[in-house]
Design a protein around this ligand. Structure first.
Ligand SMILES: [Zn+2]
Length: 87
């Protein structure tokens, strides 16, 4: 029942969809401070969203570290073949 009406009456409040949409910006600290506060406020009271953000943060962290890891050539070739195979 919330959805659009909830958003109209609670300006500044965010729901789970909003948090998940903004989560990558949140992790990368790209959110304006007003939105950041709303997201933090939501996360404080919403376990599933906290879990979502933590999982995403871990994933982004891992991806961010990948370029520094030297992968074996066979791994890269497999990857390229998979990517080509999808086209
Ligand atoms: Zn939530």
């Amino acid at each position: 029942m919330l959805g659009v009406f909830g958003r109209l009456f609670n300006r500044g409040e965010v729901d789970c969809d909003d948090v998940q949409r903004m989560s990558s910006d949140y992790i990368e600290e790209q959110l304006p401070s007003k939105k950041l506060a709303s997201v933090q406020n939501h996360l404080a009271g919403c376990g599933p969203c906290r879990a979502f953000v933590e999982t995403l943060a871990t994933t982004i962290g891992l991806l961010g570290r990948l370029p520094r890891v030297s992968l074996p050539p066979s791994f890269k070739n497999d990857l390229y073949e998979k990517i080509r195979g999808r086209r």
